[in-house]
Design a protein around this ligand. Structure first.
Ligand code: UDP
Length: 487
């Protein structure tokens, strides 16, 4: 018997949680909506980590995993360093450069898939914005390549523009206008550190230049955002690339567990089921259950960032004097040796005991069930580094943000959320300077207790409604909102 032919898509995320998670969720949506076969390519360790997730949440979908050979050590990386988890920031560029060496393996994979599919080429490659080189592979084989921007449309446009118009180390003015985005005025303090330091011949610049020069020629772009949140930035991308740009978001972790994506955003039960075994999840929930609605501030800086010791102490004291209940995900400060455990010494003396004794908050080491916390009615604010996944998770739950951008697109995200969307107040920028506990206290009180905070929450609730609408389905499971998935 001849096997029915299935179209095949090949997806390839950069090796960081903030990229792998949205790629996986997009793969599930595409597999569900198209019935196509999807192959996700990555290095062996990341494929091993993905397998149980596909087994548990991708059941019945034709999602296949493909390992590309990779030896971290031969690129000067610590053994087993196949993603940014626990990788110190200065080595991330090395991981990026190493990823370019996957090119021959990726090409071999595509040829193999083509052979197995009876000589039919995969329909397209959907690959990371950091993998511009996949454009060349697609071009050689005649396969269209689409870049998936796991950032927002505003963040991507600003970030690209900054890299394209280098160098900025000569720019001394406090304010400057982006040449191709005259509506955007940035302050020097809003430049990501690697961009501020880039000379035009440093490894970061050379890497980003290699990727972006190819990305702008990609067949189209997919952004994890939605029209109602970022229409003008999406239009800007469409105009400047002259190619299709699809908004598919918000794509959140664990979508598709319940019957429709809109349910999954609204309904945290599925999270409870999935995470019920986890002790920290239960501790968080129990504690959140004991708090009044919209009173808890959730504090977390994503999966990669740490703050300095002095910032950590100022943040602790500021939280304490605000007397606002909080959940804080702590990581060792920047000064701590690599791979060290979190120690109470990183916090002001007696802080942890006082917090416990007065039931002021929860201090969680390393990793918290973020979406579960944000979806709890007691959570009323999020002190965040403004990583795009965190932003989408927060807004999809109607939670306003206190911004503390630290790197990459986060400065642009914080800016657009404050100035244009109206759901954020920035508290601090970057990892330097002297942060006073009073600054923290004032911002926390403003968002959690004062009228300004109510306005932000109101606006965040409107964005949540728009997000639900963007990904809503009709009775037949067809998308009826603005977000498209394989339109
Ligand atoms: N995350 C989490 N628990 C934590 C820290 C992070 O679940 O304690 C998740 C968070 O929900 C988000 C991702 O990790 O999905 C972080 O992505 P984001 O784009 O916000 O920041 P990045 O880590 O890429 O800087």
């Amino acid at each position: 018997t001849t096997r029915e032919f299935k179209h095949h898509l090949v997806m390839f995320p950069f090796m960081a949680q903030g990229h792998i998670i949205p790629f996986l969720e997009l793969a599930k949506l595409l597999a569900k909506r198209t019935g196509f076969a999807i192959t996700i390519a990555n290095t062996p360790l990341n494929i091993r980590n993905l397998k149980p997730k596909i087994d548990s949440t991708g059941a019945g979908l034709d999602i296949r995993l493909a390992e590309l050979p990779f030896s971290a050590a031969s690129h000067g990386l610590p053994p087993q360093a196949e993603n940014t988890d626990s990788l110190p920031y200065h080595l991330i560029i090395r991981l990026m450069e190493a990823s370019e060496h996957l090119e021959p393996h990726f090409e071999r994979l595509l040829r193999r898939i083509c052979q197995e599919d009876g000589g039919r080429l995969p329909l397209c490659i959907i690959s990371d914005m950091f993998f511009g080189w996949t454009q060349d592979v697609g071009h050689r084989l005649g396969i269209p390549r689409i870049q998936f921007c796991t950032c927002g449309a505003y963040g991507t446009s600003v970030y690209y523009s900054l890299w394209i118009h280098m160098p900025h180390n000569q720019t001394h003015a406090d304010d400057f206008v982006l040449p191709d985005m005259p509506q955007v005025t940035l302050q020097r303090s809003q430049l990501p550190p690697i961009i501020k330091m880039a000379t035009g011949s440093d490894p970061w610049y050379l890497f980003m230049n290699r990727q972006i020069s190819r990305n702008v020629r990609s067949w189209g772009s997919i952004c994890n955002t939605f029209e109602e949140l970022e229409h003008s930035s999406l239009q800007h991308m469409r105009k400047s690339t002259g190619r299709p740009v699809w908004a598919v978001g918000p794509i959140l972790p664990f979508s598709l567990v319940s019957s429709s994506p809109s349910d999954t955003i609204a309904d945290s039960d599925f999270l409870l089921r999935g995470l019920a075994e986890e002790k920290s999840s239960r501790a968080c929930l129990q504690w959140l259950d004991s708090q009044a609605p919209s009173t808890v501030l959730y504090v977390s800086f994503g999966s990669q960032n740490s703050i300095s010791l002095s910032h950590m102490k100022a943040l602790a004291l500021g939280l304490e004097s605000s007397q606002q209940p909080f959940i804080w995900v702590v990581r060792p400060p920047l000064e701590a040796p690599l791979n060290s455990e979190f120690s109470a010494e990183f916090l002001p003396e007696g802080f942890e005991e006082r917090v416990k004794e007065h039931k002021l908050g929860l201090i969680i080491r390393k990793w918290a069930p973020q979406l579960l916390i944000l979806s709890h009615p007691s959570t009323g604010g999020f002190l965040s580094h403004c990583g795009w996944n965190s932003v989408l998770e927060s807004l999809s739950q109607g939670v306003p943000i206190i911004g503390w951008p630290m790197t990459a697109d986060q400065f642009a995200n914080s800016k657009v959320l404050e100035e244009e969307v109206g759901v954020c107040i920035e508290m601090w920028r970057g990892k330097e300077g002297e942060l006073e506990p009073e600054t923290v206290e004032r911002r926390v009180k403003m968002v959690m207790k004062e009228e300004k905070g109510n306005r932000l929450r109101q606006r965040a609730a409107e964005i949540r409604e728009a997000a639900l609408k963007a990904v809503s389905e009709d009775k037949n499971g067809e998308m009826k909102g603005s977000s498209v998935c394989c339109g």
